[in-house]
Design a protein around this ligand. Sequence first.
Ligand SMILES: [Mg+2]
Length: 331
Amino acid sequence: MRPWTAWRGMPAAPDEFDWIAALRPLTRGAAEALGLMDDAAVLPSRPGFDLVVTQDAMVEGVHFLAGEAADIVARRLLRTNLSDLAAKAAEPFGYFLMTAWPEGRPWADREAFIRGLAEDGDRFGLALLGGDTAATPGPLTVDAAMLGWVPAGAMVRRSGARPGDALVACGAIGDGLLGLKAARGELSDPGGALARHYRLPEPLLVLREALRSHAAAAADVSDGLLADAMHVAEASGCGARIDLGRTPLSQPARAWLQRQADRSAAILQLASAGDDYALVCAAADGEALARAAEGLGIAAAVVGSFTEAPGLEVVADGVALQPGALGWRHR
Ligand SMILES: [Mg+2]
């Protein structure tokens, strides 16, 4: 897809109008985008539905590897935002995009970026609705505000957990950390599954109906299982108890864990790192949620419970672990 080269030639000094013209096909004909030719988009209300909005930015060298291919950056941007919609049991609809391109970055990178947006836009049914662009003397910075629909009142919030609810992890924990190590070449990764997970996480949108049926609260695991479980607990005014021995792990993560001398410390590391894009949920019937997820091909397990007492209690293979001032350590 090279719209600007088709009608204008490769501009020596691209301006925002070249960029907007190139992005126009990504609206996929959505009337709301007004062809990216107006000052704003307009979203008519949809009777019986709520519009769910979430926003995530990514900075080169911080949220993705410096020098990462631009099509991967684009797809990762959409997928990390989609993961937040997945946690809210929302159906994706479209997005607003902000890009700040480093001065001197070649046009080919922008073409690749658009290719990535087009590929995952088609895959997930997303329309580009509007946005903004800028040049920057700093690193590549991209941001999306992602919109989705839920039936009115049906968004799954963080604040719905109650003491006694099961704490359920849906999706493999730890592949974000191991994937980053693999993508950096620090970990052997036969077949490349771990690095692929880091670069192109799979948002668990398939769990939408299961969450609506079973989950009282949910968040996606972007900061780490323990941190995001506590986000749910704190928003709900309770605490949490987690047995890391029950954590759902991918086959490569299980193999990695087998090779670690201190298994408790290792699994704590997996549960304390981010970028998993799994979901952490509260459910009165946790087994029903885990079974529903597994029925959809997503590894899931009840890994603990929400508690009346505030704070986090963590156990791994019978070893109690507790938070310290400098992070997590053995008791
Ligand atoms: Mg999130």
